[in-house]
Design a protein. Structure first.
Lengths: 271, 297, 872
């Protein structure tokens, strides 16, 4: 495999310009919501509202103000598929449509997906959705087509402040750790990396955040959904075994009772 | 776990109906396997199960395929569409399920043919009249395989739900266990219903009806333990219409049959009412578990 | 400071130690340039954002400071006072490079003496003048603001002698006044320094809080941060945009920042200065080679029938005196004659004043607003509208009324914009108030080509000219603006060819030779009739009139007709056939030093930081190693006799020694010393006090906006005494503290859209990002008015009423002004009735009032009311 590649997104330099959203749509020729005739969400400056099958980059806006304005912050974060090293979507995909590329990114092959939607349910970050044009599940491909041609993903290319940084994961992690150290030394003690190796094996699209994950609408400890598969089989087997024993013993007992009753009645008739 | 999700999974009536139908087929076939190993593979009860299972499995498969957003690609779950090699991932519940349904479907199909042959609809060479698969030595092997795949079919769709990050589903590893118990009692109920309607109430039927009482108790235990171990996931299952369906399911599939059974004159009672009650309750349970988490925003 | 542009390039912000963004929402509206601010932040710089709203810029700033819209001069004046009273000014810089030590004449009276106005205020009645475009109630006679001279000067006699001179050089020498008087100790009470100190003495932190609403401790934190990051070792920058220009005191707001930056010694230094952020891709270019009525190429004043501009000599005498006889502007005769040669070619000779008599003369205020007012009164017959949308502009109803009075209207744009469709789609037509049948205007809609469908150059906000190539033909009938202008000129030339009328001779003699030479027309296009833009560029750069050899720069321009150059400031961009600098793309390695002299061409002469002489000490050495930019190398230059060297092209004569004395009696830069860094000012100094050039005062003074909820806490004079206001029934102003309109409204832009949305609301990917018009208000105000998030509300002013959805957000906050709680609300103004997503026009609300210096409208602060819809 070539170097693992991905994104380091430093939210402290994000200016919420949404160039990433537009660049992604333009490169991937994704449709605008209702042909562009969208409605105001009322949720800060976020009118595209979510990641889904036709929306693969989404900037979140979180207004964090106290009534007296002594706490005044506007968190901005460009959300995207996390390209997990242990990807729940890839694990559950029954057609093998979801693969891990030579760049250690996670891609849904649009010609293989049959739209069972298990990946949508399995993703802990709610990034996958159905694309109505293809009737398959779609999400960020980390611009696999661009990467295969030596280009930088469209969103990283467009980001004016280099909040979205693209490159080899090892290098990005070093850069990110240095940035956290710098922020700590500048007094911003809340800065940390979300998506280190202890989270789903590491997120190949990881973030520098300055508040709890829940504040950003991210799960604090996302799980690989398929870790529940084995225990579930175990408990199901247990249930079946108990039921089986109950059934077997019960059936034998009731059959003997039934025969006994039948013999009694037939014997009764004979007399 | 993210409790506030936007992208809908849209597993709706086709899915919970399939779970219900496949569960019945699985439960019925498990009873047939039990009878086979008790030397009663050719009994009327067993034959009803052999007749019932395959059509239901076929219908279940059809429902699943149609529910896909790209139904014409259903075969991608069995064969890799690029290489034509087999497609099988043990850790993917749907992949397991599609294999299980395939094998289970194959087994039940042969049993179905066996049933037709036993009724003299046709004959295939030496396979005729009394020389049926079921009731023979191979039949016992068949029944064992059938038991295992039936169990798998009953369990996998519940395990599938647990292996997600949808609140409610992902909070529990017991959905498969509940589904197995539900499959058994609804399979039994279906068989009892069929035999009652056809007037074939023999000792097997009576014994099965009696056994079902304990199976229902086990089912209730499973449901209660499932709900009790959901933690913060409980409000995603017991919500809105789903909570009504849940209660109705417990009443119809659990309380009513038990009450009827332990009321006066149990043995002389008709098996029809409790059977129907269990079936409705079983469907409602599937509905509640599947639709509850999808109705919370 | 003498140039119509930013003093620095955006990348220099990365070298700043402190950046104050005020009058700008840079991250949202200049996101790509903002990367330099983020670079500065990553390098440890402090970023401060001062704004009525907490925006996406505030989100990444180190300190956000709330302020009442329009009160910026009070804030900046407070900083000026702080700097002076706490001895934080950069003394060596101030004494040597500014006019702090210059003495003002004894007739000057400050606002402290006259309760808010300066000496020389002359009432004028707009109705009494013959000029229907005149819209001011007052003017200033600026004589009392003049420098004190070392000897008396008879200006009238000097002019008489000057006009009799043989050459332009002699003429200008005759006009030279005696030197100004100075006190380098800055003690004399009539020094500029003491006048400035007195002028701002009442702008205390407490007063700042009363006027602006900014809490005192936050104001002081800004002052401390700014002053801690200014001086020999550290530099700070101010960044502003239209939230400073779009006020009736807009120019003075910028002047206040310039004053402050001069006191702190930040001008002309890396990471220091004033970054004016212009908003359109080439709006800088559109003022450099201008489409402004009052300016001809290179910021020379347009010949004006109302001024002493009768002949070419009159014009040169008057304009050069005004701009500076000992500034680089002393070369104006060369610029003007070369420009006239460009206009009239061989027909321009010394005998006929190079065709000066043919050149149009302005005789009124023909800026946008009075033009539309005249149009609304039926005085204008036709209009070409290219890339503008007056139907959604200031006091939009009035402007649409004006459009309806035209005989013909040509609209050239990408889409059918509001101005092209007003006759059937405007709100007043939809409501039946105005009938389409009653609108006699004939509208022609010409489709425009897009940026990649034509070749040409942009000049951006840092004066950088970049040429881009054509990638594809435009579709169908769409054509570029340069194609249109060229074809129009050719047809007009044919129509005028046989005219004998005196007024047509200028157009007849206009040279127009921009077609491709025979056989040279590009073959890879189906579009015919495009001009050769390289010919246009040669004309702009300039060439020898006889040989047509390209000129190396404006230094080669002559005043005798031997050179031809359309715009002197661009001269040097195209010095040789194979050296078209706007197309060059050679960056600095690793972006060091960052001036990127090989990328594009920055006018003038590729200088990236203006007044960069001030980046070195009077003796020529850098102020510090950390902030060195250019410096004197005694062995530098081709002759090794000494030159200014460093990271930039010197904005100074390259071989002039730092200790060179001024030559007495000389015009131009010879009349200035080796320490006179501000070469475009006649005294070579940065002006703390502006004796001429600003019509409304030599020092920025806080006035309230045309509409305000409070009386001016500082002076009796409420508003800018010279503000332009077109007094009409359909252009009413609310009285001070008008109870009908109790809230302060500010208008602004979002990243997702552009101007009136003509380029963005038609694109699905942009429309979905911000689909609907909204009004931002604080939870406090929303609670008071019973307004919930996403409720429809009505917003009204003395001009009109619109509706929008409410966006209730804590990013808006009430301020305490003069002891009262004042609510501010804000609206992005991107919507109109045409496009994929539509909405009401915010400019239905704004008044036609303007700054008297440059006629920019006051769109950034006025008074309004907000009511929930459905409320009785």
């Amino acid at each position: 495999m070539a170097d693992a590649m991905g994104f380091f997104t430093d939210t402290t330099v994000c200016i919420g310009c949404k160039a990433c959203e537009v660049a992604c749509k333009e490169w991937n020729q994704l449709p605008a919501t209702n042909g562009g005739l969208n409605t105001l969400s009322g949720d800060s400056y976020d009118n595209t509202r979510r990641l889904d099958g036709t929306h693969w980059r989404h900037v979140k806006f979180i207004e964090d103000f106290s009534p007296d304005r002594s706490q005044a912050a506007w968190l901005m974060m460009s959300d995207v598929c996390k390209h997990c090293v242990q990807a729940p979507c890839l694990d559950v995909c029954p057609t093998g449509a979801i693969i891990r590329t030579e760049f250690d990114t996670v891609v849904i092959q649009a010609d293989v997906c049959n739209g069972c939607r298990d990946c949508i349910a399995a993703c802990p970050f709610d990034v996958i959705g159905m694309n109505e044009a293809s009737n398959t599940a779609q999400k960020c491909t980390l611009c696999y087509d661009r990467m295969q041609n030596g280009l930088v993903p469209a969103c990283a290319q467009a980001c004016p402040t280099q909040s979205i940084q693209f490159g080899p994961i090892a290098e990005l992690r070093q850069r990110a750790d240095a940035r956290v150290d710098t922020l700590h030394s500048q007094g911003q003690k809340n800065a940390y990396i979300y998506g280190k190796e202890d989270m789903l094996g590491g997120l190949n699209s990881f973030y520098l955040l300055v508040n709890k994950p829940e504040k950003y609408g991210l799960p604090a400890s996302p799980t690989l959904a398929t870790i529940r598969t084995a225990p579930s089989w175990l408990f199901s087997t247990g249930s079946a075994v108990v039921a089986g024993l109950v059934g077997l013993l019960g059936f034998r007992k009731h059959r003997m009772d039934a025969f006994a009753a039948a013999r009694r009645s037939s014997t009764g008739e004979e007399q | 776990m993210l409790l506030d999700r936007f992208n809908p999974v849209h597993w709706e009536w086709m899915v919970y109906l399939e779970m219900f139908i496949a569960g019945i087929a699985a439960g019925a076939y498990m009873v047939a396997a039990l009878l086979e190993w008790s030397g009663r593979g050719r009994s009327p009860l067993a034959r009803s199960a052999h007749a019932l299972a395959f059509p239901l499995v076929a219908l279940a498969g059809l429902l699943l395929a149609v529910d896909l957003s790209r139904p014409e690609r259903f075969w991608h779950m069995v064969v890799q569409s690029h290489t034509m090699l087999p497609m099988f991932k043990v850790w993917s519940p749907i992949s397991m399920g599609s294999m299980l349904l395939l094998v289970f479907g194959g087994l039940t199909f042969v049993s179905f043919v066996d049933f037709l042959i036993s009724r003299d609809f046709f004959r295939l060479g030496g396979w005729r009249d009394e020389r049926t698969l079921h009731g023979s030595a191979v039949g016992r092997v068949w029944a064992l395989l059938g038991l295992l795949t039936a169990f798998g079919t009953a369990a996998y769709s519940g395990i599938l739900l647990s292996a997600t990050n949808i609140p409610g589903w992902g909070h529990s590893t017991l959905i498969g266990a509940v589904y197995v118990a539900t499959a058994i009692i609804t399979g039994v109920a279906a068989l009892l219903l069929i035999q009652t309607i056809r007037g074939f109430i023999d000792e097997d039927v009576v014994a099965l009806a009696g056994t079902n009482t304990w199976l229902i108790v086990w089912w209730l235990v499973m449901v209660v333990v499932f709900l009790a171990t959901l933690g913060e996931g409980l409000r995603f299952i017991a919500t809105g219409i789903a909570s009504v369906a849940l209660i109705a399911a417990i009443v119809l599939a659990g309380v009513v049959p038990l009450a009827l059974r332990f009321a006066a004159g149990a043995r002389s009672q008709s098996l029809l009412v409790p059977a129907v009650s269990i079936l409705i309750g079983g469907l409602l349970l599937r509905f509640a578990i599947v639709m509850g988490p999808q109705s919370v925003h | 400071m003498g140039r119509g542009a930013a003093t620095m390039y955006a990348g220099s912000l990365a070298d700043a130690d402190c950046i104050i963004i005020q009058g700008s929402n840079m991250a949202e509206n200049h996101p790509v340039a903002f990367r330099w601010v983020m670079q500065a932040k990553l390098n440890g710089a402090k970023v401060i954002h001062i704004d009525p709203r907490f925006t996406r810029t505030s989100a990444v700033a180190d300190q956000y400071v709330p302020i009442r819209a329009g009160s910026d001069i009070a804030f900046l004046g407070g900083l000026i006072r702080y700097v002076i009273e706490n001895d934080k000014y950069f003394r060596d810089y101030v004494v040597n490079y500014t006019n702090a030590s210059t003495i003002i004449n004894e007739n000057f009276r400050d606002t402290e003496d006259l309760d808010g106005v300066f000496s020389g205020l002359t009432p004028a009645d707009p109705a009494a003048t013959a000029d229907p475009t005149f819209a001011q109630e007052n003017t200033y006679n600026v004589a009392s603001w003049a420098y004190q001279r070392t000897a008396p000067f008879d200006a009238a006699r000097a002019r008489q002698e000057a006009l009799a001179a043989e050459t332009f050089t002699e003429m200008l020498q005759k006009l030279l006044p005696p030197d100004e008087e100075r006190d380098p100790t800055l003690q004399d009470p009539r020094t500029v320094f003491q006048i400035v100190r007195r002028h701002y003495s009442r702008y205390t932190p407490e007063m700042v809080e009363r006027v602006t609403g900014t809490p005192r401790d936050q104001f002081l934190k800004v002052a401390e941060t700014l002053t801690a990051n200014s001086g020999p070792d550290r530099t700070s920058s101010f960044v502003y945009a239209v939230a400073w220009t779009q006020h009736t005191t807009g120019v003075q707001m910028i002047g206040a920042a310039a004053l402050l930056q001069l006191l702190l010694g930040n001008m002309g230094r890396p990471g220091g200065g004033i970054m004016a952020l212009r908003g359109h891709a080439t709006i800088q270019g559109s003022t450099d080679v201008p489409t402004l009525y009052h300016s001809i190429h290179g910021y020379m004043p347009a010949p004006d029938a109302r001024a002493a501009h009768d002949t070419l000599k009159d014009y040169v005498a008057t304009a050069t005196s005004a701009l500076g006889l000992t500034a680089f502007w002393s070369n104006l005769p060369k610029f003007m004659v070369s420009y006239l040669k460009s206009m009239y070619g061989d027909a321009a000779t010394a005998a006929n004043g190079f065709g000066y008599d043919w050149h149009p003369k302005i005789n009124g205020d023909y800026s946008h607003m009075p033009m539309m007012v005249q149009m609304a009164d039926g005085k204008v017959k036709g209009m070409f509208l290219m890339g503008q949308n007056p139907a959604t502009s200031i006091n939009a109803r009035l402007q649409r009324k004006a459009l309806g009075k035209l005989d013909w209207l040509v609209v050239k744009d990408n889409f059918e914009i509001e101005s092209a469709a007003f006759w059937y789609a405007a709100p007043e037509v939809k409501s039946g108030e105005v009938r389409t049948e009653d609108i006699k205007t004939e509208v022609f809609l010409f489709p425009a080509a897009q940026i990649a469908e034509m070749e040409g150059s942009f000049t951006n906000t840092q004066r950088l000219i970049q040429f881009h190539e054509k990638a594809a033909d435009p579709p169908g009938d769409a054509r570029s603006d340069v194609w249109f202008a060229h074809q129009l000129a050719l047809r007009l030339k044919r129509l005028y060819a046989d005219s004998d009328l005196p007024r047509d001779q200028g157009f007849k003699n206009l040279t127009w030779d921009f077609d491709y030479d025979a056989g040279k027309y590009p073959t890879n296009t189906r579009i015919q009739g495009e001009p050769d833009v390289h010919k246009v560029w040669r004309e702009i750069n300039g060439y020898r009139s006889d040989t047509k050899d390209l000129l190396a720069g404006f230094g080669a321009l002559q005043d005798d007709g031997s050179t031809t150059a359309a715009s002197w400031i661009y001269s040097g961009a195209y010095p040789a056939e194979n050296d078209f600098k706007p197309a060059s793309r050679t960056p600095d390695a690793n972006n060091q030093p960052g001036s990127n002299l090989g990328w594009g061409y920055a006018w003038p002469a590729n200088r990236r930081i203006l007044y960069n002489r001030a980046s070195a000490r009077p003796d020529g050495q850098p102020w510090s190693e950390r902030k060195k930019w250019i410096w004197w190398d005694p062995q530098g230059g081709a002759q090794r006799t000494g030159a200014w060297v460093g990271n930039d092209v010197p904005d100074f004569p390259v071989a002039k020694r730092p200790d060179a004395p001024a030559r007495p009696g000389a015009i131009g830069l010879d009349g200035k010393a080796g320490t006179d860094a501000f070469i475009m000012k006649t005294d070579g100094r940065g002006w703390l006090f502006t004796p001429t050039g600003m019509v409304d005062g030599p020092l920025p003074t806080h006035y309230e906006a045309a509409e305000s909820p409070v009386n001016n806490p500082l002076y009796k004079q409420q508003t800018n005494p010279l503000m332009k206001y077109w007094r009409r029934d359909d252009n009413q102003l609310a009285a001070v503290n008008d109870p009908r309109y109790p809230y302060v409204m500010t208008t602004y832009r979002l990243t997702e859209h552009h101007l009136s949305g003509v380029m963005s609301r038609w694109l699905p990917w942009l429309a979905e990002l911000q689909p609907e018009l909204f009004v931002e208000l604080s939870p406090e105000l929303a609670g008071e008015k019973g307004i919930k998030n996403l409720d429809f509300v009505r917003i009204s002013t003395a001009r009109g009423q619109i509706r929008a959805k409410a966006l209730v957000t804590p990013r808006m906050r009430p301020l305490v002004i003069e002891g009262r709680t004042i609510h501010q609300v804000g609206m992005p103004w991107h919507w109109g009735y045409m496009g994929l997503v539509t909405g009401d026009i915010v400019n239905e609300l704004t008044p036609m009032v303007a700054d008297p210096n440059v006629s920019i409208h006051e769109g950034k602060t006025f008074c309004c009311n907000v009511e929930r819809e459905g409320r009785a």
